[in-house]
Write a protein that binds this ligand. Structure first.
Ligand SMILES: *Cc1c(COP(=O)(O)O)cnc(C)c1O
Length: 366
C-alpha cells in the first residue's frame, strides 16, 4: 500500500510487547489497567488493546463516551470539573466516576448517589521536573490533599485516585512515593474498596523491575483490601508508532536544513511544549541536518540528526516513538495537511484507517 505522507503509522506488533507486560502485571499483582485516553485515543487499535487491558479512563465527557463506545470493559470517568449539563451523560457512559474535588462531589452528590464514586487525592509529591505538568505544583487544583477534609466525605466514596507519577522509570521512586501516600492516607485507604494509582509509571520500559513492581502492588492491595487500578497512557503505547514524512526542500543557511511535509507545532505539539526534540533512527553518519516543519512558526524544528548521505527532495523519513500525546493533540495550525492514520496489522498488511481533507479543515471552524 502506498499512502501519501504525512501519516502516523501505528504498528500493532510494536504495541504487543507493552500489552504483554500490562497483562503480566495483572496476572502477577491483580492490578487492573485502564488506558488513559488523553494520551492515546486512536480507536482503530482498541480491538487489540482491549484483549490485554481492562478498559479506559478519561478526562472529559467526550473521552468517557469514546471509551464506552469503542473499548470493551470498564469505563472510568474523571474530569477536573464537570458542568451541570454534562453530568447525566457522564454517569450514563461510565461505571465509576472520580471527582476532582469535594466541591464537585458535593455539588453532584444527589445526581450521582447510585453510582460508584471516588475522589482524587493529591499526595503533594510527584516525579515531574516540569512545573507545567507537575500535579504537585504549588497551589495545584488537581485533587484534595487535606486528610481531615477527605475523612468528612468518606461515606460518599468507595475509592481514591492518586496520579502523581510522570514518565517515572525508576521503581525505587515509585515505591518511595507510594510509601508517602500510605503514611499520609493509609488510614483512609483502609476504608475504601479500590485505589487507582494513575498513570506516568513507565513499567513497560526496558529493564523495569516488573516483578518488584508487581510484588509491591500486590502487597499494597492485600494490606488495605483494595482493588488497584493503573491508568497507563504513554506506557501502553510507547514506541508503537512513527510519523512518516517526506522532504520537500533543502537549504544551507550555515547549517544543512531539510523541510518536511509535517509540522512539530501541528502534529507533535508536546515536543514544543516540553522543549524536546524528535527521535530519529539510526541517527548516525557524517551529515548533520536540521529537520524542519513546514508551518511558518520560526521554531518549527523537529531536531538535528545525523544521516549517512545528504538528504534530497523526495526522501522519506520516519520520526520515531510518536504514539503518545500526538494524534490527540494534532491541530489545523497553518492549514497544514493533517497526517493520515495507518495501522500495520499483525500480519504485516497496512491499512489506511483515516484520511483528513480540506473539508475537515473547513468543518473545524465556521
Ligand atoms: C495523564 C494521566 C494519565 C496518563 O498518564 P501517562 O503519563 O500518559 O501514563 C493517567 N491518569 C491521569 C489521572 C492522568 O491525568
Amino acid at each position: 500500500m502506498t499512502t501519501n505522507t504525512p501519516y502516523y503509522l501505528i504498528d500493532k506488533s510494536k504495541l504487543l510487547p507493552n500489552l504483554e507486560k500490562i497483562k503480566y502485571v495483572r496476572e502477577q499483582s491483580g492490578a487492573k489497567s485502564l488506558l488513559a485516553l488523553k494520551c492515546f485515543a486512536t480507536w482503530s487499535v482498541f480491538d487489540l488493546m482491549s484483549e490485554y487491558m481492562d478498559g479506559t479512563t478519561s478526562s472529559s465527557l467526550y473521552e468517557v463516551r469514546l471509551g464506552k463506545e469503542k473499548f470493551p470493559g470498564e469505563t472510568h470517568a474523571y474530569s477536573v470539573a464537570y458542568a451541570d449539563d454534562e453530568i447525566e451523560d457522564v454517569l450514563k457512559n461510565s461505571d465509576k466516576i472520580i471527582f476532582n474535588s469535594i466541591g464537585q462531589l458535593t455539588r453532584f452528590d444527589e445526581a450521582s448517589k447510585n453510582h460508584i464514586r471516588g475522589l482524587r487525592v493529591n499526595p503533594q509529591v510527584s516525579t515531574s521536573d516540569f512545573t507545567l505538568a507537575d500535579p504537585a505544583r504549588p497551589f495545584s487544583r488537581l485533587g484534595e490533599w487535606d486528610a481531615t477534609k477527605i475523612e468528612a466525605v468518606m461515606d460518599k466514596v468507595s475509592g481514591f485516585m492518586f496520579h502523581n507519577n510522570c514518565e517515572n522509570d525508576k521503581f525505587e521512586r515509585f515505591d518511595e512515593m507510594l510509601g508517602i501516600i500510605e503514611e499520609r492516607f493509609g488510614h483512609l485507604i483502609a476504608r475504601v474498596k479500590w485505589v487507582s494509582l494513575g498513570g506516568g509509571i513507565h513499567f513497560t520500559g526496558d529493564n523495569y523491575p516488573l516483578d518488584k513492581f508487581c510484588a509491591r502492588l500486590k502487597a499494597f492491595s492485600e494490606k488495605y483490601g483494595v482493588q488497584i487500578y493503573l491508568e497507563p497512557g504513554e506506557a501502553a503505547i510507547t514506541k508503537s508508532a512513527t510519523l512518516e514524512v517526506t522532504v520537500l526542500d533543502t537549504l544551507f543557511n550555515g547549517k544543512n536544513l531539510a523541510i518536511v511535509d509535517s509540522s512539530i507545532e501541528a502534529h507533535m505539539l508536546d515536543l514544543l511544549i516540553y522543549r524536546q526534540t524528535a527521535k530519529m533512527e539510526p541517527n548516525t553518519g557524517d551529515h548533520e541536518i536540521m529537520i524542519c516543519g513546514k508551518s511558518c512558526l520560526a521554531g518549527d524544528i523537529f531536531g538535528e540528526f545525523r544521516f549517512e548521505k545528504p538528504l534530497q527532495i523526495g526522501d522519506r523519513l520516519s520520526i520515531q516513538d510518536v504514539a503518545g500525546y500526538t494524534m490527540v493533540k494534532k491541530n489545523w495550525f497553518n492549514g497544514v495537511k493533517m497526517p493520515s492514520i495507518v495501522v500495520r496489522q499483525l500480519d504485516g498488511t497496512e491499512e489506511l484507517v483515516k484520511e483528513f481533507t480540506f473539508d475537515d479543515f473547513a468543518a473545524a471552524l465556521s
